[in-house]
Design a protein around this ligand. Structure first.
Ligand SMILES: *[C@@H]1O[C@H](CO)[C@@H](O)[C@H](O)[C@H]1NC(C)=O
Ligand SMILES: *[C@@H]1O[C@H](CO)[C@@H](O)[C@H](O)[C@H]1NC(C)=O
Ligand SMILES: *[C@@H]1O[C@H](CO)[C@@H](O)[C@H](O)[C@H]1NC(C)=O
Ligand SMILES: *[C@@H]1O[C@H](CO)[C@@H](O)[C@H](O)[C@H]1NC(C)=O
Length: 251
């Protein structure tokens, strides 16, 4: 739920260097989509999508239960490609071997989910809700007036929502698999499916598909049927990520 430091060279250039040590590191699995920015003057005004989370991670280690690892899976929207000084509206799945340490009521084999926003002054999130195994969760991130409204729905029922001020027009939407190593390591996370992705723009951008970046995923085409205002992909399937293999992660 920290931002994707150094995921791409241009992001690293903006955000600068990261301190490193053996533990307490953040790793980001290199299987993701990265969409944006639209043509000049155009903003992202809405994104809807569904995620069937993978099985919880396996092969993880924890050496000090007071310094837990956690893993998060999310799709987020932001006005920048990676500034720490911008909001990242990121409804999030979260899991830890000690769920209680995260405020998550789920068992060790389930994920929690909640509406959540990274802000420069800290993470603002709603209470976590258990996601029963095999459950697809529906998400909406929508600009409504001067606000961003996140709505998380499970089985047709809103289970988490949050409204925050829009800091600046949304330009990017991207997915991430995030590992906080705490006193151990996060092991391996299976691939999962982001489906029925629909992105709405403030006005038509016929070239928007050219800024859809796919990194080690299998995805259907990203197309618009209305001349470039509304864009859709049936699915983006991520692949398995070994958080302990430096070839599969970025810091
Ligand atoms: C969340 O949804 C409830 C029920 O629709 C609504 O009353 C509330 O205003 C929403 N809260 C936020 C923060 O959007
Ligand atoms: C896009 O966002 C920028 C920055 O907040 C804003 O100045 C601009 O008016 C927005 N454009 C549209 C078409 O909403
Ligand atoms: C896909 O998303 C749209 C909203 O963007 C929704 O109306 C539709 O029911 C969804 N389709 C499926 C199969 O979930
Ligand atoms: C994407 O994932 C879904 C759900 O697991 C699966 O049914 C589908 O076959 C996958 N598509 C591709 C092209 O891998």
């Amino acid at each position: 739920m920290r931002f994707l430091y150094g995921l791409f060279p241009f992001v690293a250039a903006i955000t600068g260097a990261v301190a490193t040590s053996d533990a307490d590191e953040w790793w980001f699995g290199d299987s993701l989509f990265y969409l944006g920015p639209p043509s000049s003057g155009i903003n992202i005004t809405k994104a809807t999508y569904s995620i069937l989370p993978p099985s919880v991670p396996c092969g993880y280690t924890v050496s000090n239960p007071d310094d837990e690892i956690w893993v998060a899976v999310w799709v987020g929207a932001s006005s920048t490609a990676g500034s720490d000084y911008a909001n990242l509206y990121q409804p999030v799945f979260d899991w830890s071997p000690n769920q209680e340490s995260q405020g998550c009521p789920a068992s060790e084999t389930e994920w929690c989910v909640a509406a959540s926003t990274y802000t420069p002054s800290g993470q603002i999130g709603q209470p976590y809700v258990t996601v029963p195994q095999g459950t697809t969760v529906d998400f909406e991130i929508a600009v409504v007036g001067d606000n961003v409204v996140q709505t998380v729905t499970m089985g047709g029922k809103v289970i988490s929502n949050q409204t925050e001020a829009l800091d600046s027009g949304l330009q990017y939407l991207y997915s991430s698999n995030e590992c906080y190593t705490g006193s151990g390591s996060c092991g391996t996370i299976d691939g999962y499916t982001i489906s029925n992705l629909t992105v709405t723009l403030s006005s038509a951008d016929e070239k928007f598909a050219s800024v859809m970046g796919l990194y080690d995923v299998t995805a259907s085409s990203f197309t618009s049927a209305d001349g470039g205002i509304t864009w859709h992909a049936d699915y983006i399937n991520t692949t398995v990520v070994d958080f302990d293999d430096s070839a599969e992660v970025s810091q």
